[in-house]
Write a protein that binds this ligand. Structure first.
Ligand SMILES: Nc1ncnc2c1ncn2[C@@H]1O[C@H](COP(=O)(O)OP(=O)(O)OP(=O)(O)O)[C@@H](O)[C@H]1O
Ligand SMILES: [Mg+2]
Length: 257
């Protein structure tokens, strides 16, 4: 039974027959995904299933070896990363890549200013700058406003993950890809992250790679399960929980971050 109603709207993401090959090995093979605007989709799968490789292809961090990707009707399959970003696609990475020496404020200011990679261009911030106000708003959305003037190095692991999401929210993204935002969080930090995921703007489409089943169930309305680079199952969280194939390959298995 199809989970997604594709009638009467352009889909946020339409992924058709996507594959990623490394040498002779297909890390991702013939994946089809249809994600509606505003949908919350979780991607589950054991280590090495191809989840991050799929994200890399969607964002343009690597090129697809097969298939096509459309975002809101626009073909992005061969689009350079920056153009995908301009179209409203954002991501976070499985492993944090923040600059420890910057403050939360400067980090978010740079994100709002759209400065990516050009870290040498750091300018003195004027209190009146509207981008500073926007940086403050993002810190508030992510629940880290108390640490606004603190250096990134002083943040806890959980607060860093919140900051990464705040960065990804700069410039009003349309589609947000989050690669294991809860990875490495302590049990005490997890509820805060779930809360943040649930409070993301409703018009933003969110695709979330998540190993914590509880977080995936709480925050997502549909789930796609990957195994050995292929789509194993797709459905509502309750259907996925009851799916025997999923149990066999994923739910019972140990997972290493
Ligand atoms: N650059 C690469 N070169 C060769 N093989 C790669 C490369 N990147 C990933 N792979 C392989 O592709 C497969 C899928 O890896 P991927 O990182 O996408 O899995 P994942 O589902 O994100 O796993 P995890 O849950 O551990 O993050 C793995 O077998 C991995 O070793
Ligand atoms: Mg991964």
């Amino acid at each position: 039974m199809p989970v997604i109603d594709t009638h009467n709207s352009v889909n946020a993401l339409e992924v058709r027959g996507i594959g990623k090959r490394f040498g002779a090995f297909w890390a991702v093979q013939d994946i089809n995904l249809t994600v509606r605007p505003g949908e919350r989709r979780a991607i589950l799968g054991p280590n090495g299933a191809g989840k991050t490789s799929l994200f890399n292809v969607l964002t343009g961090d690597t090129n697809a070896s097969a298939g096509s990707i459309k975002m809101f009707g626009a073909d992005m399959t061969r689009m350079p990363i920056n153009k995908r970003i301009r179209h409203g696609l954002r991501r976070t990475y499985q492993h944090a890549n923040l600059f420890n020496g910057l403050t939360v404020r400067d980090t978010l200011f740079l994100a709002v200013a759209g400065i990516r990679g050009g870290w040498g261009q750091l300018l003195p911030l004027k209190a009146s700058d509207h981008r500073l106000a926007e940086a403050e708003r993002l810190a508030e959305v992510a629940g880290i406003q108390t640490f606004f003037s603190h250096e990134v190095s002083s943040l806890s692991h959980g607060q860093r993950r919140q900051l990464e999401i705040a960065i990804a929210l700069a410039e009003n993204p349309k589609v947000l890809l989050l690669d294991e935002p809860a990875a490495g969080l302590s049990p005490a930090e997890r509820p805060k992250l779930s809360e943040l995921l649930m409070s993301l703007p409703k018009d933003v489409t969110v695709v979330l790679i998540e190993h914590d089943m509880e977080i995936a169930l709480q925050t997502s309305e549909s789930v796609s399960v990957l195994f050995n680079g292929k789509l194993l199952a797709e459905g509502a969280p309750t259907e996925i929980m009851e799916n025997e194939d999923v149990h066999r390959v994923y739910i019972g298995g140990a997972h290493v971050h």
